[in-house]
Design a protein around this ligand. Structure first.
Ligand code: GTP
Ligand code: MG
Length: 429
């Protein structure tokens, strides 16, 4: 099926240079602003571009019509034309009107995009599964298309995507209709895929195997950790959002107990709400688990802020009550640190590790063992023929290890939690 979008940077020269622009209000912390802009730079590099210049304006609010004030906009225009720059990226969410007016002021050769459009570009480059690709395309249609339409841009392959100029109004009307149709198709397909995914999740739940989700800020080392433990071969790379699609792998603990580990999409500050909504089914993988392994990159000076963002998002997704093990990763690259945000956490829930060198992974495995076996024990039961129905509820709530049918009933070995144990006590043999 034809894709309506291409990426702003994909098709361009790999050395595409851009001006990064940010409007800060006076009540924002200076360190937050700088970190956000530095992150925008990393996002641009990940997307295949580089920074020509950064421009910052401090004012009460961004200008409604043009984001920047008049004087700064003129300065930006001069900067772009002198440097031959054709891409401007703003570190906030821009309205379609702001983009249109900025482009009008900057001239025909300059494309203006915002942080979210840039993130979606990266997502589009990194999505692998059908599910991931559809979610990205739908989010681009919903977010990016209103920001392009009316700008005299082609929306389709016909024009080659974000950077193309051209069509008249009748073309735009056709594009609007095509976009709506495409959105409809994508939504239907996604709903079907979501059904499958939910079935898979149900099966995993029913298997009774303890499930850990590996969550954390983008680039924290989640995929490296999954690979170090399971040899999963997931892409690990020093770039943002290397992973978009979740990967689940079985891991056998030294006791022989099996657990499931799921590597998930990373979090980032200022993730707009509608993006969270668009990627909800991917993000839900993060919370559909029995416990969370929250990976923090302690070699990053922003570790504390990143942990804050991650925790807020996890809470928003409904993971507040999940047992959480904080993994202070990249300890090989950082001195032992105290993260202010974590001072309230129990020491037993914090471990220093290095997914790269393997340091601390043996302790991690021990903790996984303790968490996975919490309150559970393996029991042998004899279910008389008349009570064989109990077996299906055992499958639902416990890990059934073996069933041996014999005269008069079945001999069952299962790992049960305390509640199930209460229900099946009378069958213990
Ligand atoms: N020094 C050091 N580098 C690490 C460690 N763990 C991961 N890295 C590096 O950090 C970078 C990011 O690692 P990934 O595993 O891709 O990070 P991620 O959390 O999966 O990132 P996204 O999928 O982009 O959200 C890679 O260059 C890794 O080699 C570690 O313990 N020490
Ligand atoms: Mg990853």
């Amino acid at each position: 099926m034809e894709q309506l979008f291409k990426n702003a940077l994909n098709d361009s020269d790999p050395s595409t240079q851009a001006v990064l622009v940010s409007v800060f209000s006076a009540d924002e912390e200076e360190s937050d602003r700088e970190a956000s802009l530095a992150e925008l730079e990393r996002l641009l590099e990940t997307a295949g571009g580089s920074v020509f210049a950064k421009m910052v304006q401090s004012r009460e609010h961004p200008e409604n019509a043009t984001y920047l004030g008049q004087g700064k906009l003129e300065e930006l225009s001069r900067l772009c034309s002198n440097g031959g720059i054709s891409l401007v990226i703003c570190d906030s969410e821009l309205s379609p009107v702001q983009i249109r007016n900025m482009e009008k002021a900057l001239g025909d050769d300059v494309t203006v995009i915002d942080r979210t459009m840039l993130i979606l570009d990266i997502f589009a480059q990194h999505a692998v599964t059908a599910d991931g690709k559809l979610q990205v395309e739908l989010a681009q249609l919903k977010y990016t298309s209103p920001r392009l339409i009316g700008k005299g841009r082609e929306m389709s392959r016909l024009g080659g995507g974000i950077g193309t100029r051209g069509p008249g109004e009748s073309k735009l009307e056709r594009d609007r209709r095509r976009i709506k149709e495409r959105e409809h198709i994508l939504e239907k397909r996604l709903a079907e895929l979501e059904k499958n995914r939910e079935m898979q999740r149900k099966q995993r739940r029913r298997s009774g195997i303890f499930r850990f989700a590996i969550a954390g800020y983008t680039n924290a080392g989640k995929s490296t950790l999954l690979n170090a433990l399971t040899g999963a071969g997931v892409k690990e790379k020093d770039e943002l959002f290397a992973t978009l699609d979740p990967t689940t792998r079985k891991f056998e603990l030294p006791s022989g107990r099996e657990i499931l580990l799921t590597d998930t999409v990373g979090f980032i500050r200022n993730l707009p709400h509608h993006l969270v909504k668009a990627f909800r089914s991917t993000l839900e993988e993060v919370v559909d688990c029995d416990a969370v392994l929250l990976v923090v990159d302690i070699s990053d000076s922003e570790a504390d802020a990143q942990l804050r963002v991650t925790t807020d998002l996890l809470n928003e997704l409904g993971a507040k009550e999940k047992p959480t093990l904080y993994l202070l990763n990249k300890c090989d690259a950082a001195p032992s640190v105290v993260i202010p945000f974590m001072t309230g956490e129990a020491r037993t829930s914090i471990l220093q590790i290095s997914a790269k060198t393997g340091e601390g992974l043996d302790r991690l495995v021990n903790r996984l063992e303790e968490l996975a076996s919490d309150g559970k024990q393996t029991v042998s039961l004899f279910l008389p023929s008349a009570d064989l129905g109990v077996l299906s509820s055992l499958y639902a709530s416990s890990q059934v290890k073996s069933v041996d049918y014999r005269d008069g009933g079945a001999l069952v070995t299962a790992e049960v939690d305390a509640m199930t144990l209460g229900r099946v006590k009378k069958y213990i043999c």
